[in-house]
Design a binder for this molecule. Structure first.
Ligand SMILES: NC(=O)c1ccc[n+]([C@@H]2O[C@H](COP(=O)([O-])OP(=O)(O)OC[C@H]3O[C@@H](n4cnc5c(N)ncnc54)[C@H](O)[C@@H]3O)[C@@H](O)[C@H]2O)c1
Ligand SMILES: [Zn+2]
Length: 352
C-alpha cells in the first residue's frame, strides 16, 4: 500500500511512502547505504539483495543516540567524497530514527543537497521519524537542535524488519502510535484497544494508519507552524522525564508514554478529558508494557525544566492536550498553580 506525501503548500514536493515487503530497487546512480553494525548484522544482506545500482557502497556508523552528532555527519560526508559521489548520487538511510535523521541531514548538505531514500527498521522510525522530512543531529545544547527540513525521494517501510526488534523498542514505537490515535482518530484508538500486536497483519494496519495520520498532518504543515505541533502531545512532560533521568532510564517512547499520562491528568483537571477516558488511554499504553508511573521528587524542579525545552518559547509553556479521545487543543495560558497541582499528584504532596 502507498501513502502519498504532497507538500504543495510550500513547494511542489511529492513522493510515496510504500508499506509492504521491500521491492527490488534500481538506481542508475552511485548509491551509499548508511547503517549501523546492529542493523547491518541483522538485515544488510536482505537489503543488498534488493538493490541494483551503478556503484554501491556501505557506510557504517556507531549505533546509539550519542553518535547522532555533527562529527558523525562529517564522517559520512567524508566517505561520500571518498566514494566520489556526485550531485546525482543517492543516500539510503537503513536503520532506526538515528540513522534516518543523520542520513537525511547529510544528504541535505552534500554538494548542497542530493537525493535520499528512507528504509526505516524500527517501529518508531516506521510510524514517525521517517515521515515528514525532519532531519538533524544533537549537540551539547540539546536534542535535534541542528538540522534541516529535507524530504526524501521515497520511503520504503517493510514491517518484516521489525521481527528482530527488541520488545522494549517495539513498545516505544507504540507510544507514538497511541499519541497519534488519541490526538486525531477515535476509531483508530478503538482499533488499537482490540488489536493483537503480535500479529503481522495488525502491525501492518497500525503502521498504515499511523503513517496516513502523520502524512495528513505533514501535508498541511510541513514546518510545524500549526497542526504539526500537535504531534508533541506527551512530549512536553516526556522531555522533562527524559532529562531528569539523564536519558538513561527510559527510551524516548517510554518517556512519551509517561508524558501522555501526565498530559491527560492536566486535561482531566481542565475538564477536557474524562477520568474514564484517561484510564482507557493508560490501559492501552500498559497493554504494550509501556511505563505509566513516574515519581516526581521535586515539583518546582520539574516545573522549571519545562522552560529548558526549545518549544517553550518566550517563557510560555505550550501544552498539547486531548479534547476527548480523538480531539486535541494547543494551550499556552494555563495557570502555574493548576500545572503544579497536577504535578503534585505524581509525587511530592502539597504541604498545607
Ligand atoms: N525526524 C523525525 O521526525 C523524528 C521523529 C521521532 C524521532 N526522531 C528521532 O529518532 C531517533 C529515535 O529513533 P529509534 O527509536 O528508531 O532509535 P534508534 O535509531 O536508536 O534505534 C533503536 C535501536 O534499535 C536498533 N535497531 C534498528 N533496527 C533494528 C531491527 N530491525 N532489529 C533490531 N534492532 C534494530 C538500533 O540499532 C538501535 O540500537 C531519535 O534520535 C529521535 O530524535 C525523529
Ligand atoms: Zn517522540
Amino acid at each position: 500500500m502507498i501513502v502519498p506525501i504532497k507538500l504543495n503548500n510550500t513547494h511542489n514536493i511529492e513522493y510515496n511512502i510504500t508499506i509492504d515487503a521491500l521491492p527490488t530497487l534500481h538506481f542508475d546512480t552511485r548509491v551509499v547505504v548508511v547503517t549501523n553494525p546492529t542493523v547491518s548484522e541483522l538485515h544488510l544482506e536482505t537489503l543488498l539483495s534488493k538493490i541494483e545500482a551503478n556503484h554501491l557502497h556501505i557506510v557504517t556508523v556507531p549505533d546509539g543516540e550519542e553518535y547522532k552528532t555533527l562529527q558523525t555527519v562529517e564522517s559520512i560526508l567524508n566517505q561520500c567524497f571518498t566514494y566520489k559521489l556526485d550531485r546525482k548520487s543517492l543516500l539510503i538511510a537503513f536503520g532506526g530514527g538515528v540513522i534516518g535523521d543523520m542520513t537525511g541531514f547529510t544528504a541535505s548538505l552534500y554538494q548542497r543537497g542530493i537525493d535520499f531514500v528512507q528504509i526505516p527498521t524500527t517501529l518508531l522510525s516506521q510510524v514517525d521519524a521517517s515521515v515528514g522530512g525532519k532531519t538533524g543531529v544533537n549537540n551539547s545544547y540539546g536534542k535535534n537542535l541542528i538540522g534541516a527540513f529535507y524530504q526524501p525521494k521515497a520511503v520504503y517501510i517493510d514491517p518484516s524488519f521489525l521481527q528482530t526488534l527488541p520488545p522494549r523498542e517495539f513498545a516505544a514505537g507504540v507510544a507514538e502510535v497511541v499519541k497519534m490515535a488519541v490526538m486525531f482518530d477515535k476509531d483508530f484508538f478503538n482499533y488499537l484497544q482490540d488489536a493483537d500486536l503480535t500479529k503481522s497483519e495488525s502491525i501492518k494496519e497500525m503502521i498504515r494508519k499511523s503513517v496516513e495520520l502523520k502524512a495528513w498532518v505533514v501535508n498541511q504543515d510541513e514546518k510545524e507552524a500549526g497542526i504539526r505541533a500537535v504531534l508533541n502531545y506527551g512530549h512536553t512532560f516526556g522531555h522533562v522525564v527524559e532529562n531528569e533521568t539523564n536519558y538513561t532510564t527510559y527510551l524516548h517512547g517510554e518517556a512519551v508514554a509517561i508524558g501522555i499520562v501526565m498530559a491527560n491528568a492536566l486535561a482531566v483537571e481542565l475538564g477536557m478529558l474524562s477520568q474514564a477516558e484517561a484510564e482507557q488511554i493508560k490501559i492501552l499504553l500498559e497493554k504494550s508494557s509501556l511505563p505509566t508511573q513516574y515519581h516526581i521528587k521535586n515539583v518546582d524542579d520539574f516545573y522549571n525544566h519545562f522552560f529548558l525545552d526549545k518549544k517553550s518559547a518566550q517563557g510560555k509553556i505550550t501544552f498539547i492536550l486531548p479534547q476527548g479521545i480523538g480531539g486535541n487543543k494547543i494551550i499556552s495560558n494555563i495557570e502555574e498553580s493548576t500545572i503544579k497541582k497536577v504535578l503534585h499528584t505524581f509525587g511530592e504532596q502539597v504541604c498545607t
